[in-house]
Design a protein. Sequence first.
Length: 272
Amino acid sequence: MFDKTQLDDLCRLVIDAATGELNSRFESVPVDVKADGTLITPADMAMQKRLQVELAARWPAFALLGEEMTAAEQVHLLSMQGQGLWCLDPLDGTSNFAAGIPFFAVSLALIVDGAAQVAVVYDPARGECFSALRGRGAWRNGEALHATASPATLREAMAIVDLKRLPPALIRAVAGHSPYRSQRSFGSVALDWCWVACGRCQVYLHGGQKLWDYAAGQLILRESGAVGGLLDDYRGDWLTGYSLTPRIGVAATHAALLDQWRAWISEHLERP
């Protein structure tokens, strides 16, 4: 469906759009609050509108599901994913963007028959473009991206953990006796997945992320050779397919570390 040349074209399209719509507004943007309490800026809307037009011109067969659409539109579009559907977060990390914190991204995935086939996550602040093709690999700025097999133990690992979305028992456990070396929370789910993929942090936990948050980043992580995915229960099995229901994200740079991480999480949940 997509080859590396087309992926590179897609990366350039996203980079050009972000340069025009996000970089020009950064640190000087009005902010509104949506009905769900999250923030939105003119940059979110401008980026979504621009990519919707440009993607349709380049790949007219695929519709686009964007974060800044109505819930009814999103439900309808997701039902059409077998035909090929772009899934876009035009500005992942809006709170950072609005506060002048340079950690935000554009996240774009192409979903076909229930699986992401193509992914691009672009970080305008660092000029880093992460990308992936299902079964073909992952790249950062055109260079092959490979997950690291170190560290060997959870105690040596750096973690990305979003505390505010965790159940109380896990919050207490993380605060009182965390099992890893150090912890960060950056505020952009798409970049969280990519930073684990390239080994900047080695374990990951996020208690509630939406389709447009994870669709691209999860593919990049898996194609890098890192491991992890989505759950609807902390002790549950890995989920396949896509839903508009928020899901739990768990990952690590290699399988042995993921096993240690999931075992610790399960141990520190409240028992039924």
